[in-house]
Design a binder for this molecule. Sequence first.
Ligand code: 5GP
Ligand code: MG
Length: 177
Amino acid sequence: IQERIVMEHSEMEGALRDMARQIVRDLDDPERLVLVGIHTGGVYLAQRLGQILEREHDLKVPIGTLDINLYRDDWSRLHTQPVVRSTRLPFSVDDKDVVLVDDVLFTGRTIRAALDALMDYGRPRRVRVAALVDRGHRELPICAHFVGLELETLPDEQVNVYLKEKDGSDRVVLECR
Ligand code: 5GP
Ligand code: MG
């Protein structure tokens, strides 16, 4: 196994500030914007995006979370169905512009499950996806509007996202085979 560092701390900060700028450019009603972080990584990234939006764009954005069980310990087993475990949305999603935040976008199945869960809670005005890394290989018609890094990968490779909140430092590493 070979490892290639594709993002260090400063690049991750830059990528997140970029994504925040993309979100702001896409806004037409700041009052409607909410962020929903997925799983562990996406929750931390949603919080960071929230901090940047507040600090650099003067936007205070509500943040919710979705916990999705992937039912997989091996990223190469693609054809399993992600299931939503728990949801914490301390606001109504009706008529909101929801940005789902995840660390890595791959087949799109997690976002599909997240959309399903979201729709059970109400009727958002629109939903976007923000992903720190888009590693390609989609199996569903799902895309990210806001992307930190588009990374070319092989299906059986793995992208390891280390975040200071849970791992002590920021780094994205591609594990090549
Ligand atoms: P998808 O459902 O699009 O196949 O995969 C997206 C979800 O699985 C995200 O929650 C993401 O965190 C995780 N995931 C998929 N591929 C990778 C990967 O290569 N590395 C990491 N760290 N997570 C991945
Ligand atoms: Mg995840």
